[in-house]
Ligand binder design. Structure first.
Ligand code: MTE
Ligand code: HPA
Ligand code: MOS
Length: 752
């Protein structure tokens, strides 16, 4: 089935936040922020700004009727800075005017005096000064201290990995409108409508039932709108509440890049120990997460770093500690993989470096340590249904890794200017919110008298195709064509108390709830069908026609619906699903947090131009575990998109702040994302043939985030090419591997 949005997207007819027709009298809001990384506000003067044409009002913390607080996990984040500025870009207030242009002009003449305070941008420095978001966490399996002596090879090192700008095509935004009785309607480009509703409740001091949050779709979220869509929606709601007029806030790209948080940069130390058979016996890691100036989702992101710090490998002795370090940067947030990729990068770095030390290829170590059924992760979950070896073997055999390696060796021997590198990248990613409490969802289904169906769930469509998958789930369960089903916007009045659409679990959680709702409707209508057909036999509906013994009967879906209605049977159903089995005990750091894991393996081949430091990915060959895919086109799209996003993070995308906390890469001119010229020349995707998992929707495994981590291999493939050119140099592990860094490493004389 095609993506149900494809036609409208291509024709430009899909409605995004900025396409919502504006009501007469709408005011526009533009935030103003601090051009300092850390400071006290001494004085603010809005007189000049208020006298600019078209300016209606300036709203600051002083206008907040409730609490000036939007922190979701830890209440440490004011909506508007009050007294103190914690990062460059910290919103202080919003300007309301008759056009965005007028507001931006007024912003230029706002006068604020600051008294500078010391700025910390480095997570290690923050940790030293004990600036932590929360106490550190440590995961332990076995006992590393007892087993180093058994290791034939031990290596210690450091690995750094930078952040990543989400660069959703649609910037953050919201449109709020006051309704009668102090109620408020807010359209928000958010992954979490309930999170927005809760924050508005707190800031406006309104009960949740007075707040309607509506989300049609996002022009991309990638985690950047899991928590950080909230502030802008609250600002619009606050302004609408204060002036009792519709207010629209849609961020300018450069404001968005400067004011919002990104993927967390991490700095890490590791120590790895292997025996002669290349079995990893011990692994220790310390992670310094750069959380930015407030918690946001950092503590949750941090735990996923620990959950995935051994990637797809079984290591009997593990000790991993992670610090969430508070710095004067915009609060960092969810980004596809949610801390997992950073954890996995460090073990891949350790394996790569120890392989170089031993004189083997990294894939020999990777292969020797893949998880098997019965192995246990450091957090206590016992592995069953591992596809780590299956995907590895399928990948290296299908695409012939040995041949690729031999060809690369031959190429590198006969070429000087160009060198090739290859890396194999296995992945293993846990599906479920790591916070067990969040793993539930609801669906609401109405069948109308004409047989058409409308579905509402808590899932937010952000381009990942969840609405198409949900339409398929309803169509399969009801036995009718998907074209008779409409997916409605995600709305807090229709489906309440939703978890954000995140953790790749959107289709699983909402799909399972929807499946239950549709099944309950069928259970009510099928007796009507039996009565109408005068039979007690089991009946099914296929393609909108009631079938008996696989034969079509006279009775159509439309007739059955109408007859059920006439018999006063409810044609509406609300259902709830919560993931069984999962549990986690934070006091012991043990449990079974994930419904299941997604596996896969990629082989990435790169050619580096050793004169220029540039590179091209020749091919990426993937075997991915989707179980029984519901929609191969959508899933392949997710794999390709995630892969390229992962490669971008590892290669071109470089976020730079100066030591005052100012973002230097604040526009597309200075922040490079992969374009059509930098995607791999060839991406081959094969699906691993597996039975799927019962906790995946219709056995179709979650796909949103896991394939991003194939991109990690890009870093190590480039490194291998660099080493082929400059074998005596031991480059630092410091992602992204930009062409500038590659060039430096190609010609560095520092000895390994
Ligand atoms: N794909 C597109 N096109 N746009 C997005 O914003 N977000 C990713 C992934 N794929 C995203 C995407 C992230 S971070 C997640 S968690 C999942 O989609 C969320 O959707 P799902 O739970 O339905 O997979
Ligand atoms: N993944 C993604 N988003 C989340 C999670 C998670 O595990 N927990 C809370 N938000
Ligand atoms: Mo995705 S980072 O869980 O929104």
């Amino acid at each position: 089935m095609k993506n149900i949005d494809a036609r409208n997207h291509v024709q430009g007819k899909s409605i995004y936040l900025d396409d919502i027709p504006e009501i007469n009298g709408t005011l526009y809001a533009v935030p103003f922020d601090a051009p300092v990384g850390h400071a006290r506000i001494v004085k603010m003067d809005f007189t000049k700004a208020m006298n600019m044409p078209g300016i209606a009002r300036i709203i600051t913390a002083a206008d907040i009727p409730g609490e000036n607080q939007i922190g979701g996990i830890i209440p440490d984040e004011p909506l508007f800075a009050e007294g103190e500025i914690h990062f460059w870009g910290h919103p202080i207030g919003i300007i309301l005017g008759t056009s965005e242009y007028a507001c931006r002009k007024a912003r230029e003449v706002i006068e604020i005096e600051y008294e500078a305070l010391p700025v910390i941008t480095c997570p290690r420095e923050a940790q030293k000064q004990n600036h932590l978001i929360a106490p550190p966490r440590t995961f332990v399996l076995g006992d590393t201290s007892e087993h180093w002596a058994e290791c034939d090879y031990v290596l210690e090192g450091k690995a750094d990995v930078n952040g990543q700008e989400h660069l959703y095509i649609e910037t953050q935004g919201a449109y709020a409108r006051p309704k009668e009785d102090g109620c408020i309607w807010v359209a928000s480009s958010t992954q979490g409508p309930t999170a927005v509703q809760k924050a508005i409740r707190k800031v406006l001091n309104l009960p949740m039932h007075k707040i309607e949050v509506d989300t049609v779709r996002l022009g991309g979220g990638f985690g950047g709108k899991e928590d950080q869509a909230t502030a802008w929606a609250v600002m619009a709601a606050l302004a609408a509440h204060v002036v009792q007029k519709p207010v629209k806030l849609s961020l300018h790209r450069m404001d968005d890049m400067r004011m919002t948080g990104k993927r967390h940069p991490y700095s890490a130390d590791y120590k790895i120990g292997l025996n002669k058979d290349l079995k990893i016996l011990c692994y220790e890691a310390t992670f310094y997460q750069n959380a930015g100036a407030a918690a946001d989702l950092s503590t949750s992101v941090l735990e996923r770093t620990l959950f995935h710090c051994t990637n797809a490998y079984f290591i009997p002795n593990v000790k991993a500690t992670a610090y969430s370090c508070k710095t004067n940067l915009p609060p960092n947030t969810a980004f596809r993989g949610f801390g997992g990729p950073q954890g996995m990068f460090v073990i891949e770095a350790a394996i790569t470096k120890v392989a170089e030390q031993i004189g083997v290829t990294a894939d020999q170590i990777q292969k020797a340590n893949l998880v098997r059924n019965g192995d246990v992760f450091s957090y206590g979950q016992v592995i069953d249904k591992s596809e780590a070896h299956n995907s590895w073997n399928a990948c290296v055999n299908t695409y012939n890794l040995e041949k690729i390696q031999a060809e690369i060796r031959a190429f590198n021997q006969s070429n000087y200017r160009f060198k090739k590198g290859v890396a194999v990248q296995p992945i293993c990613f846990g599906i479920s919110f790591t916070n067990t409490m969040m793993n539930h969802a609801r669906a609401l289904v109405h069948i109308y008298q004409d047989g058409s169906v409308v579905v509402s769930t808590g899932a937010v469509e952000m381009g990942q195709g969840v609405n198409t998958k949900l339409a398929q789930v309803a169509a399969i369960t009801l036995g009718i064509p998907a074209s008779w089903i409409r997916l409605e916007s995600t709305n807090t009045l229709r489906v309440a108390n939703t978890s954000p659409t995140a953790a790749s679990a959107g289709a699983d959680l909402n799909g399972k709830a929807l499946q239950i709702a549709c099944q309950n409707l069928m259970d009510r209508m099928m007796p009507v069908a039996q009565a109408l057909l005068n039979t007690e036999a089991n009946l099914q509906i296929k393609d909108g026609v009631v079938h008996k013994d696989n034969e079509a009967t006279e009775l159509t879906w439309q007739q059955l619906v109408l007859q059920s209605f006439m018999r006063r049977i409810s044609l509406s159903e609300q259902a709830h699903y919560s993931t069984p089995v999962i549990q986690y005990d934070k006091t012991k750091e043990k449990g079974h947090p994930f419904a299941y894991h997604v596996y896969g393996t990629a082989i990435l081949v790169v050619t580096v131009d050793c004169l220029r430091g540039t590179y091209v990915f020749d091919e990426v060959n993937i075997v991915h575990d989707l179980g029984k895919t519901l929609n191969a086109d959508i899933d392949n799209g997710q794999i390709e998109g995630a892969l390229v996003q992962g490669i971008g993070w590892m290669t071109l995308e470089e976020i730079l702040f100066n030591d005052k906390g100012k973002l230097l890469t604040h526009a597309l001119s200075t922040y490079k994302i992969p374009d059509i010229y930098s995607v791999p020349l060839q991406i081959n995707i094969q699906h691993l043939d597996t039975p799927g998992h019962d906790l995946a929707i219709l056995k179709s495994k979650a796909v949103g985030e896991p394939p991003l981590m194939y991109g990690l291999g890009a870093y190590f493939a480039i490194r291998n090419a660099v080493k082929a050119f400059n074998p005596n140099h031991d480059p630092n592990i410091d992602a992204p591997y930009t062409p500038e860094k590659v060039l430096m490493d190609l010609y560095s004389k520092r000895k390994a």
